[in-house]
Design a binder for this molecule. Structure first.
Ligand code: S3P
Length: 433
């Protein structure tokens, strides 16, 4: 990000209460932006993500010929390129966004032209071999820099493949589906763990036909997408910080309106319920096949219990694990996380940074290659937190700071704007002091 590094002082709170609505889901906004920009016609979205990551997707798609009208207040209009992008003379800047780079690569691999994709320091360290493998099997030409960005794609006609993802990754699945959308024959992606299905739902909403089995999704190309109008559901992964904050305060009361509750994303509610939080979901409805509802939560009088997050659950909760680990000390029996090695290749090494920052706050924590043991019954003290420029670390430790003794300083707090620029304003509104 270009913003200068900022520190935020977080004071402990007495309780959490309030009612709020969240900006649009980051995953869904990326997909609506990419598909709207590729479709025929003008799409209109409300409550589009305000985060810098989705702005990166919009910027790249504009550079490829789509027209974007940022109306304000989360409303945007995108006029698509009707299936044919214009190669850009300049590199496409994906910023901090792995979703932009990995998903857009699939879209571009089947287009005529040469495309170079770049990112910031964090994104330039993240593994891109996972998209190179399937795209090369389809016949695409992709050059990485030691397994990372910058990457160059020489696009052209591809062939359909049947591909099993080696790591659970919705970004890789989407990359292959977006290439398959433009390729003759049936392209199939198989996954051992079912990852978020926003791409499948969004592709259908834009008029594509896909076939699903319990462990696979197929798309037969070429297919033309058509513009849609949609309200983006509130981001449950952003809501996660407030849900975790409410959970650690007995008697808290928080209401979150119009939050995305897609079952492939909503495991956090089950985990918090298992820990003892009182959660109700109201006003459930479906918008373009995405479930949306109001969440009401309060922290249990007896405090949170204990839980283990392993196997498929770890993959489904991957973005929420930093926040859950950060509240682990405030549970009675601790939180055990395994099978979450992917956390090490996110915007930062989230296992290492969570452990380092919990220790800075005085907690005992055991680090594993694929997870963490955070024992319960520990009182944290205020500390200086190193966010590592990672939005989810900055927000997770702001939550941990609410029940610490003394003040906490979050270094690199501006990184919250990657997914959630409004985070600190809302956070200060719901924290009673
Ligand atoms: C995302 C998928 C996940 C997630 C990321 C967003 C998506 O990444 O961590 O924040 O929108 O598809 P992986 O696909 O690498 O698991």
């Amino acid at each position: 990000m270009s913003t200068a590094a900022q520190q935020r002082l977080i004071r402990p709170a007495r309780n959490i209460s309030g009612s709020l609505a969240l900006p649009g889901d980051k995953s869904i906004s990326h997909r609506y932006a990419m598909l709207g920009a590729f479709a025929q016609g003008t799409s209109r979205f409300t409550n589009f993500s305000t985060g810098a990551d989705c702005a990166s997707t919009l910027g790249c798609m504009e550079a490829l010929g789509a027209r974007v009208n940022r109306i304000g207040g989360g409303a945007i209009e995108i006029t698509g390129v009707a299936g044919r992008v214009t190669p850009s003379a300049n590199p496409l800047d994906c910023g901090n966004s792995g979703s932009t780079m990995r998903m857009m690569s699939g879209l571009l691999a089947a287009q005529q032209g040469t495309f170079t994709l770049i990112g910031d320091d964090s994104l330039s360290r993240r593994p891109m071999g996972r998209i190179k493998t399937p795209l090369e099997l389809m016949g695409a030409n992709l050059t990485l820099t030691e397994g990372h960005a910058p990457l160059t794609i020489v696009g052209g006609p591809l062939k359909a493949i049947d591909f099993t993802t080696p790591v659970p990754s919705a970004q890789v699945k989407t990359c292959v589906l977006l290439a398959g959308l433009q390729t003759s024959g049936a392209t199939t992606v198989r996954e051992a763990v079912r990852t978020r299905d926003h791409s499948e739902l969004a592709l259908r909403a834009f008029g594509a036909t896909l076939a699903r089995t319990s462990d696979s999704i197929s798309i037969s190309g070429p297919q033309q997408l058509h513009a849609i109008e949609a309200a983006v559901p509130g981001d449950l992964s952003s809501a996660a910080f407030f849900l975790c904050a409410a959970s650690i305060f007995p008697g808290s009361n928080l209401v979150l309106d119009a939050v995305g509750l897609n079952p492939t994303r909503a495991s956090l509610l089950d985990v918090l319920t298992a820990l003892g939080a009182k959660i109700s979901v109201l006003n459930l409805e479906e918008k373009h096949s995405e479930l949306v509802g109001t969440i009401q939560i309060s922290g249990p009088a007896e405090g949170l219990g204990t839980t283990a997050i392993t196997g498929a659950l770890s993959a489904q909760l991957i973005d929420e694990l930093p926040a859950l680990a950060a509240i682990g000390p405030y549970t009675s029996g601790g939180i055990r996380i395994r099978d979450a090695k992917e956390l090490r290749v996110k915007e930062s090494d989230r296992i290492a940074l969570v452990a380092q920052n919990l220790r800075a706050m005085g907690a005992e924590v055991i680090e594993f290659e694929d997870g963490l043991d955070v024992p319960g019954g520990q009182q944290l003290h205020g500390a200086t937190i190193d966010s590592g420029g990672d939005h989810r670390i900055a927000m997770a430790f702001s939550v941990a700071a609410l029940r610490a003794t003394g003040d906490t300083i979050i270094q690199g707090a501006e990184s919250a704007a990657i997914s959630f620029p409004e985070f600190f304003d809302i956070f200060n509104n719901i924290a009673e002091r």
